[in-house]
Design a protein around this ligand. Sequence first.
Ligand SMILES: Nc1ncnc2c1ncn2[C@@H]1O[C@H](COP(=O)(O)OP(=O)(O)OP(=O)(O)O)[C@@H](O)[C@H]1O
Ligand SMILES: [Mg+2]
Length: 463
Amino acid sequence: MNTESFQNPDKDLNEMLDLYRNIFNHIFNWVVVVDTEGYVILLNKAYCDFLGVKQEEALGKHVTEVIENTRMHIVVKNQREEIGEFQKIKGNTMVANRIPIFKNNKLIGAVGTVVFKDLVEMESYVKRVRDMEKELQFYQEEFKKMTTGYTLEDIIGDSPEIEYVKKMIQKVANTKSNVLLEGESGTGKELVAQAIHHLSPRGDFPLIKVNCAAIPGELLESELFGYEHGAFTGSKKGGKLGKLEMANNSTILLDEIGDMPINMQVKLLRAIQEKEIERVGGVRSKKLDFRIIASSNKNLKELVAKQQFREDLYYRLNVVKITLPPLRKRDSDIEIIARYLIKKLSKDLGLGVTEVTPKALWVLKKYSWPGNIRELSNVIERALNLMDSEGRIDTDHLPPYLRESSSPLGLDQGLGLKEQVQKVERDSIKRALNKTKHNKLEAAKILGISRTSLYKKIEEYGL
Ligand SMILES: Nc1ncnc2c1ncn2[C@@H]1O[C@H](COP(=O)(O)OP(=O)(O)OP(=O)(O)O)[C@@H](O)[C@H]1O
Ligand SMILES: [Mg+2]
């Protein structure tokens, strides 16, 4: 609008009126407006064309003379809107909305619109919406699989130890309590966290994960709490949403919580107690509802004793503790998990291998699995890669360190189970390091443990 039109309000009004008239005539939908008696005040061009009447002739006529089967005159009389009503015009069944209009609580007329010009059009809309809904549902399910992935059925095994874990998962899923998952590397802590979340009423929201060991201490705060715009140099424009905020109404998995620096532990404890957070550089705090599942492959109680973990936070997280048994403590599960993994990985690799020889199975059962199920999975994947598309996994397909270590186990007289396990663990690590010429990343991969775990073991065994 230019300055001239401000100086001449009438011109402005006329221009606006012209604009509205134009829009009204060009609306694709069909529109009619009647006065309080049911006489046509407005009828847009598209509607006129369909009805086969001239606009100037239709205006001023009673609506019943212009539109077949209309109820606009009834709507102004009853002053009650009619939405989605069928109306037959020229043999076509249309869907119409009729709405009375009021000014200062007084009726001034009614507006009628044809929403669908015939049932075919409506059906095609409905079909499109249904198709879109189906597509949406597909993506929602895919998204759910990606984020919450695993359920109780994915936790394989029927040993009393794992059955107890499954029972605990079911019990705890319905509560809001924080859960602490302890267990060696590769025992399935993440799997269990996902199953708890998936089974809980929060399962429709994505599970938010933070690996406390992988994020440098100084970045962990903004990762968890987020930051406001301009909180520090190099911060992202507009700030950043923290993982705790993302986990509102959902669950946050704090992986490797034992590695969380003490100052962050203090801040996390406060967030749990107050049930609210403050972004870095923020002034206001925000109420949140998140559930924490913390996991650790270290014994947190021991860390508390060594003053590396705050006792108060430990008790806040340890409302329910689930300890995942190492594979060697439930060796009756080795066969069933191995068979499951063979089928699953074979399918992923496009192979038809589903069997394992009794001898190979014996080796698998005898081994101590320091890297637990992750290691077992890696061993099976490796075996499958050495095979043709058919056949059975045999001892030849298993890594040498596994074959060798399985034979003397149990023959070391005078050694308790713990010492035997340690011996096997030490030997396995040594072999993996030799094999990879001390490439730790490669060795960790072979062993199916994280590089950090490997470093710790190397230190522990003085290798
Ligand atoms: N009971 C089980 N049945 C089938 N697969 C399992 C089971 N437990 C673990 N796995 C598989 O083993 C692998 C390791 O499990 P997961 O990542 O949950 O271990 P983790 O305890 O979180 O280990 P880390 O401490 O190293 O992070 C995953 O691929 C997981 O799917
Ligand atoms: Mg994990």
